[in-house]
Design a protein around this ligand. Structure first.
Ligand code: KG4
Ligand code: ZN
Length: 372
């Protein structure tokens, strides 16, 4: 079975073809960094318009790289949420259009499920069960994973996500968007131990996180220092920030492993591209005789491969796609067991969504909710 996956939840347009017998055949990605850079963050309307511009050329490119045509595709998959409503709609409607013209199913995929399963794309894939640390721009969660679609939330951030804290702290230091990678590059030149920053909720006794206070601690220190900030001040505080985030994520992840009585940790989502975090996780794993699995680095941040892959696993597990041409997006959507399964807690919890349908003549009828 060949699945064409489409990711368009935020500022990356990603497409990929995954073959259940041969593995990943091709993937392509267009990043909107240059488009949003002058605004210091993602502008939702610009993001949607750019996805629309890119989807068709990227489709041609991914098919060429995969060495196949549209008629060789058995199923479509698209990111249904969470994400920016308009951006999600571009990928969802594109997938639905293809689904009608090919008369093939289009499976909606939870973006975080894509991240969560992406380490299984690596050559040395982990087996179930495992504990997953998901750290991205919008989410920071720890969960136990006992199989495809079987997820139990252990804890999550109570305020900012880890990636959001990276991005906001980078902005405080005058670094360009996207802040996470820029801050981590700057931290490379910083000295350890110059600034002491808090480790929020480290001893809270649960698996929740809080990163807003850490960002505020940096803001307070920056204010005290006064402008202009020297290059060495910025590098040292970036280092302290990065170490604090890495410490909290590492310690809580291993506490979760202990609680779940497991030895396998999966670390996924954009923040897990951070090399200092990986260094810490690996060091503690060695000490505790555990193993950490990451997605291949290029699939750590948003991409189409993880969406095609997650859909392929779900279809193999017997997932029922919606009727051809129907589509929906869920800008706010919890990752729960039984996602997209009728009658489950997930279905009942999904109050906020936009749906539509494309009929065989290509007309779209729909009702939508406003961008949250
Ligand atoms: O998973 P992702 O690509 O998109 C979301 O689903 O949010 O994660 C993006 C987040 C951003 O906040 C970005 O700054 C952060 O991941 N990020 C990093 C690094 N690379 C991306 N944070 C720290 N170090 C990095 N190397
Ligand atoms: Zn993501």
């Amino acid at each position: 079975m060949r699945v064409l996956g489409i990711e368009s939840s935020c500022d990356e347009t990603g497409l990929a073809v995954y073959d259940t017998a041969r593995g990943l055949l091709a993937h392509v990605l267009h990043s909107q960094i240059a488009l949003h850079a002058e605004y210091g963050g993602v502008v939702p309307e610009l993001a949607s318009r750019d996805h629309i511009r890119r989807l068709t050329p990227l489709l041609r490119e991914v098919l060429r790289k995969a060495g196949c045509g549209l008629r060789d595709i058995d199923a479509l998959a698209y990111t249904q949420g969470p994400g920016l409503a308009g951006a999600l709609l571009t990928g969802a409607a594109f997938a639905a259009g293809l689904s009608v013209s090919l008369n093939k199913p289009a499976l909606p995929v939870h973006h975080l499920e894509g991240h969560l399963l992406s380490p299984l794309l690596a050559a040395d894939a982990p087996e179930f069960p495992f504990v997953a640390l998901l750290a991205s721009g919008g989410h920071t969660q720890l969960m136990t994973v006992t199989g495809v679609g079987r997820y139990e939330l252990l804890g999550e951030t109570q305020d900012d996500a880890a990636g959001e804290a990276f991005d906001k702290t980078a902005q405080l230091l005058g670094l360009p968007y996207p802040g996470g990678p820029a801050l981590s590059r700057l931290a490379e030149t910083g000295r350890s131990g110059v600034f002491g920053l808090p480790r929020p909720m480290l001893n809270s006794g649960d698996f929740n996180f809080s990163f807003a206070g850490l960002k505020t601690a940096v803001a307070t220190r920056v204010k005290k220092q006064g402008a202009p900030l020297s290059a060495s001040f910025k590098a040292d505080i970036a280092r302290a920030f990065e170490e604090a985030v890495a410490d909290v994520l590492t310690q809580k992840s291993f506490a979760a492993l202990r609680r779940a009585d497991m030895r396998r940790l999966v670390a996924a989502g954009g923040v897990c591209a951070n090399l200092r975090l990986r260094e810490r996780l690996n060091a503690v794993a060695r000490e505790k005789n555990c193993r950490v699995h990451y997605p291949p680095l290029e699939f750590c941040t948003d991409n189409g491969a993880m969406i095609a892959f997650a859909a392929a696993l779900r279809l193999q597990a017997g997932a029922m796609p919606p009727p051809v041409g129907a589509f929906a997006v869920k800008p706010r959507w919890m990752l729960l067991s039984g996602i997209n399964e009728p009658g489950t807690e997930d279905e009942r919890a999904t109050a906020e969504c936009a749906t539509g349908a494309i009929d065989a003549t290509g007309a779209r009828e729909g009702r939508g909710s406003p961008d949250p």
